[in-house]
Ligand binder design. Structure first.
Ligand SMILES: [Zn+2]
Length: 406
């Protein structure tokens, strides 16, 4: 069967979680092209049928976490300033994980973090309240960097049209802004939570506390892509202005070499699960879940701050056959909070549910006609994942083995 975007043409599900081999491995977002020519996908081992993400997670039990904490303290002491200046930077929008990280760094490890926010494209009321609580209840100095709203809108529109990826502009900003701000403030230590490779990149990429430089620095802006389009083309054909795009760019290689900023994953040093982060943030920074579950899944506290988030997971369902419930359940199976059977039932019940709650509002904001959005969705369905029966698109294969070709 022909597959689009270089996706593996045979669909296989992990025997341990509910994820399939269609899950893209993470690549630097600014190298995301329309054809996804160099894209790699989650490896599921031929011998035992278990995915690399599950295998990596199992190794967490063998890690000497006391030893890792000692390493963390050593790292913190190296960067600790004790003179009122910020000694580390924690990027985040007020979700439970960033709230946990900033709080534990400040109150347990006595650092002086600056928290940095590239705000969601369309904050939910709950997200904004959680952000305020993070700063007010948690007690932090905070910096918010908002990109030019017109450029943000145009680029987001274009990433939907070119990549069916409504979340790209947020990711670009969230990942690229931190090193640049750290550089400006003379901060040499930046913390992200979890290694983005953990979800499905080759295992070797996970065994390091440092974020790979290729994820956040480039030598030449001319080679990068935003919204699946080369920057040079955005400037010439789409008439974007260089000064409006620059905020989305990664830091320059020379600058990072000069400033020697280190970007670490706190998740390498401290063992926490997203449920624990939730309880911690609820207790210490006034974090509250959404009063209702997110459409497309059963959970109430993962990524609830952006109205566009629900769309993001709907588009992964279209492009890869992987909806939000599959992501959430796979994570919770790994944490042993769900059995695989329970996960499968949740996937059956919620995966791919259409995010209608914010649909009109999001389309309005983006100036995209609702019908056009559905046309785009159909364009991005790969024939090896989807089959049209009458008017209805059906998955060929599911983890529950009830797809049309199962
Ligand atoms: Zn797995």
């Amino acid at each position: 069967m022909i597959s689009k975007f270089n996706l593996p043409s045979k669909i296989v599900f992990c025997k341990k979680c509910v994820m399939s081999n269609q899950r893209p491995s993470s690549i630097p977002e600014f190298f995301h092209t329309k054809e996804r020519k160099n894209a790699k996908y989650l490896n599921i081992n031929k011998q035992d049928g278990i995915c690399d993400a599950c295998k990596h997670y199992e190794t967490r039990d063998d890690i000497n976490w006391e030893d890792r904490e000692k390493k963390l303290i050593k790292l913190l002491n190296k960067h600790r300033k004790n003179n009122g200046e910020y000694d580390c930077l924690v990027p985040g929008s007020g979700g439970k994980d960033s709230a946990y990280q900033a709080h534990i760094l400040k109150h347990k490890y006595k650092m002086n973090p600056l928290v940095l926010t590239w705000p969601p494209i369309l904050y939910t009321d709950y997200g904004l309240k959680n952000y305020d609580n993070w700063i007010n209840v948690g007690g932090f100095d905070a910096l918010v960097v908002r990109p030019n709203g017109k450029t943000m809108k145009k680029l987001t529109q274009l990433s939907i049209i070119n990549l069916l990826h409504p979340f790209q502009t947020f990711i670009l900003g969230q990942k690229n802004i931190a090193p640049k701000i750290a550089s400006k403030f003379g901060i040499k230590l930046v913390f992200y939570g979890e290694n983005e490779a953990e979800g499905g990149n080759p295992i070797a990429e996970n065994n390091n506390s440092l974020r790979k430089k290729s994820y956040f620095a480039v030598k030449n802006y001319k080679n990068i892509y935003l919204a699946g389009t080369k920057v040079t083309e955005l400037l010439e054909k789409y008439k974007f202005k260089y000064q409006d795009l620059k905020i989305f760019f990664p830091i320059n290689d020379n600058e990072i070499n000069k400033t020697k900023i280190e970007i670490h994953y706190l998740g390498y040093y401290l063992k926490w699960t997203s449920q624990e982060a939730f309880y911690y943030a609820a207790k210490n920074t006034g974090f509250k879940p959404r009063p209702f579950r997110s459409q497309g899944t059963y959970s109430k506290y993962h990524s609830v701050d952006d109205k566009i988030d629900d769309f993001h997971f709907y588009t992964t369902f279209i492009k890869f056959g992987i909806g939000r419930a599959t992501y959430d359940a796979s994570q919770e199976i790994k944490n042993k909070h769900l059995t695989r059977e329970e996960g499968k039932n949740l996937v059956k019940k919620f995966d791919g549910e259409f995010p209608k709650k914010y649909f009109s509002e999001v389309m309005n904001y983006l100036d995209i006609k609702e019908d056009y959005f559905f046309e785009l969705c159909d364009k991005f369905r790969s024939p090896h994942i989807w089959k049209k029966k009458g008017d209805i698109w059906k998955l060929r294969h599911t983890v529950n083995k009830d797809g049309v070709d199962d």
